[in-house]
Design a protein around this ligand. Structure first.
Ligand SMILES: Cc1ncc(COP(=O)(O)O)c(C=O)c1O
Length: 390
């Protein structure tokens, strides 16, 4: 590698900035402290006024362990800067409060918590929010003309794995003076780089693939320093910085992100193909299947198709739940992105409480099971699904 060549993603996941450890540990050291001591009031004033070091108070994110994981997160999305948060929802909330005050337009379906924040909580604070689903996308320019400083899109979506064209959305948002933020949680930075496609911000529930072991709750927001500065103020006010322990664990997880996601991709593709041929499965929602409607777009803007897929069974909601109940290797749990395979019936979890009409508009039915394909041997996972379906 020449001195000027940019290291590849797997290298950046491991080698981007670590605070110097006086003992030489190759790991990101854990500064398990709420505050930092200074030799004089003058020295603390220098730091408060931005002339000194960057360690001050952990809730501000001014802690070397938090800073180190943020440097890694920025490197992973090839962003100028990153902010870590106590959860994915904390990252979204601070983003919307900092950049969505003129209005947020949500494109497509999204995680239930995001929908609730946008549909109920932000309007209560006087922030206008609007929604356009995939088939209604021609309404977007009109909505932006009415006002709306931020377009938010999740791609692929939960649970139908709908794919949205990030470059085209960025162009439409920018033409109206709006920003585009992409929730890239399902894709991961290994499979999709929204900033390179023109998005202004990328948000992750780091609880999922970035953490990767179902043992930490965190969020991440990447973008330009100018975009993140006001978000930092909201994170400080909301007290939603992650703990140093969480960042220490997240830094460990990022080291294996590329190998984990490549295996998630391969295993999910194998499961999707096997289920596509199964007589009790009506449809498989997986962007890697050539027959999937979003495949061509996904192949263009993603370099891998991810570890998430959704099955629509030839069964009613009760029969579908019974299949989930019979699975032995897929645990019934509402999260995703960990080493262990998980299954959820979206109508009982992420999309619980939506009216029949709203579910139909979003293409979600009781016959769907969403799978987070873990790192077990895919042959065992397929055998488990086939037994439960038999
Ligand atoms: C796509 C997506 N975005 C955001 C979130 C919120 O993340 P967190 O649970 O870390 O707050 C989730 C949680 O499931 C999610 O699936």
């Amino acid at each position: 590698m020449s001195r000027h060549e940019r290291p590849k993603l797997a290298t950046r996941c491991i080698h981007v900035e670590k605070p110097a450890d006086p003992h030489g540990s190759p790991r990101t050291p854990l500064y398990d402290t709420t505050t930092f001591a200074f030799p004089s009031t003058g020295a603390i004033l220098d730091t408060v006024e931005g002339r000194g070091g960057s360690s001050l108070y952990t809730r501000y994110g001014m802690n070397p362990t938090i800073r180190a994981v943020e440097a890694k997160l920025a490197g992973v999305e090839d962003a100028e800067a990153a902010l870590a948060f106590a959860s994915g929802m904390a990252a979204e909330t601070a983003l919307f409060l900092a950049h969505g005050r003129e209005g947020v337009v949500c494109v497509g379906d999204a995680y239930g918590g995001t929908l609730e924040l946008l549909a109920e909580d932000l309007p209560r604070l006087g922030i206008p929010t609007r929604f356009v689903l995939g088939p209604e996308l021609d309404r977007l320019d009109g909505l932006l003309a009415e006002g709306g400083g931020l377009v938010f899109v999740e791609t692929p979506t939960n649970p139908a794995l709908e794919i949205f064209d990030i470059a085209a959305l960025a162009e439409r948002a920018h033409a109206r003076g709006a920003l585009l933020a992409v929730d890239s949680t399902f894709a991961t930075p290994v499979n999709q780089q929204p900033l390179a496609l023109g998005a202004d911000a990328v948000v992750h529930s780091a609880t999922k693939y970035l953490g990767g072991h179902s043992d930490l709750t965190a969020g991440a927001l990447m973008g330009s320093r100018a975009l993140l500065d006001p978000v930092w103020g909201w994170r400080k006010a909301l007290g939603s910085a992650p703990s140093p322990e969480t960042c220490h664990r997240l830094a460990r997880s990022l080291g294996t992100l590329v190998v984990r996601v490549r295996q998630h991709n391969a295993a999910a593709a194998a499961v999707a193909e096997a289920m596509d041929a199964h007589p009790r499965v009506r449809r498989v929602f997986y962007p890697g299947l050539v027959s999937f409607p979003g495949h061509a777009l996904a192949a263009r803007q993603m370099s891998g198709f991810g570890g998430m897929l959704t099955l629509e069974l030839d069964a009613d909601a009760r029969g579908t739940a019974a299949v989930a109940d019979r699975l032995r290797l897929f645990a019934i749990a509402p999260s995703l992105g960990g080493v262990e395979s998980l299954v959820t019936q979206p109508v009982t979890t992420t999309h619980h409480g939506l009216s029949e009409g709203e579910l139909e508009r979003r293409g979600i039915s009781g016959s769907m099971l969403r799978l987070s394909v873990g790192l077990e041997d895919p042959e065992d996972l397929i055998a488990d699904l086939e037994e439960a379906l038999a």
